[in-house]
Design a protein around this ligand. Structure first.
Ligand SMILES: [Zn+2]
Length: 270
């Protein structure tokens, strides 16, 4: 909270209490529903591999930086994670690491990302989170640098209404359990958190949800930056209108349908 524009505090206020139509919108919580799918470990790893290719197709790559993790089915104390030194589109069945909540590698021989603590500390803090993604998308970083809160200037912007935290302790890498816990605190019960002047961390109940949310976050930030650069944007729609849209576009099937489309597109491109 050091030295920030006071308007940024809007981002960090507790989420308003409200009753969602299907119970997703619990007070102070984005309320992820763990999908009732019977995925094998290999299916999950394969989805992570395609997620990496889709993310690169969507401009979420930054050399070999950025990492994705997913909780091991049936063992919430472990997660699968992309290794260090490769691009997001170079994840394979053989190089995926299995890691414990202490950040130590349990299985796999590849090098571990030093920022593993972003993942381990969020998995510790949020039992509802099954997938964590960290990337460096340019418009989201630019928005974080302005200190201005995310606004519902677009449909993807509505997804992050009251659902975006801000971590501003450091611009440096998150290389310790302590700083990882700081990111988890800044995330709180929300969907995502901006790491000021660094990147984004997005969470969800599935890989599909996290990948599509991350693409939507960057799209929302881009539209907001364009709108604000063009002048003073007109007022947002009323809160109830924004909340209805947020609910409608938060349905798990929406994330799956759009993720599956991006995978089919990636396969066609070869
Ligand atoms: Zn980073």
């Amino acid at each position: 909270m050091r030295g920030l524009d006071p308007r940024i505090h809007v981002l960090l206020e507790p989420i308003r209490t409200k009753e969602g139509v299907d119970g997703r919108d619990k007070p102070g919580h984005d309320g992820f529903h763990v999908p009732e799918r019977d995925m094998t470990h290999d299916d999950l790893k394969q989805t992570m591999i395609w997620a990496g290719k889709v993310l690169v197709d969507e401009g979420q790559d930054d050399f070999t930086r950025g990492h994705i993790s997913v909780r091991v089915p049936g063992d919430p104390s472990r997660f699968y994670m992309k290794p260090h030194s490769i691009g997001l589109d170079e994840i394979t069945m053989d190089n995926i690491l299995t890691i414990g909540l202490d950040g130590n590698v349990v299985a796999g021989t590849a090098k571990r990302h030093s920022e593993v603590y972003i993942h381990s500390e969020i998995f510790k803090a949020r039992a509802d989170v099954a997938c964590v993604l960290h990337t460096h998308p340019p418009y989201s970083i630019a928005l974080s640098a302005t200190g201005r809160p995310m606004k519902a200037y677009s449909q993807p912007g509505a997804l992050f209404h009251d659902s975006l935290g801000l971590y501003d302790d450091t611009i440096n890498l998150i290389r310790s359990p302590e700083t990882g816990a700081g990111v988890a605190r800044a995330l709180g019960p929300r969907r995502a958190v901006l790491l000021k002047n660094h990147g984004v961390v997005v969470t969800g109940a599935s890989i599909e949800e996290v990948v599509i949310s991350t693409i939507m976050l960057e799209n929302a930030a881009m539209i907001q930056m364009i709108a604000e650069a063009a002048g003073t944007p007109a007022p947002e729609f009323p809160l109830a209108d924004i909340q209805k849209l947020k609910h409608d576009i938060s349905r798990p099937e929406q994330f799956k349908v759009n993720f599956d489309y991006l995978v089919r597109r990636a396969k066609r491109r070869g």
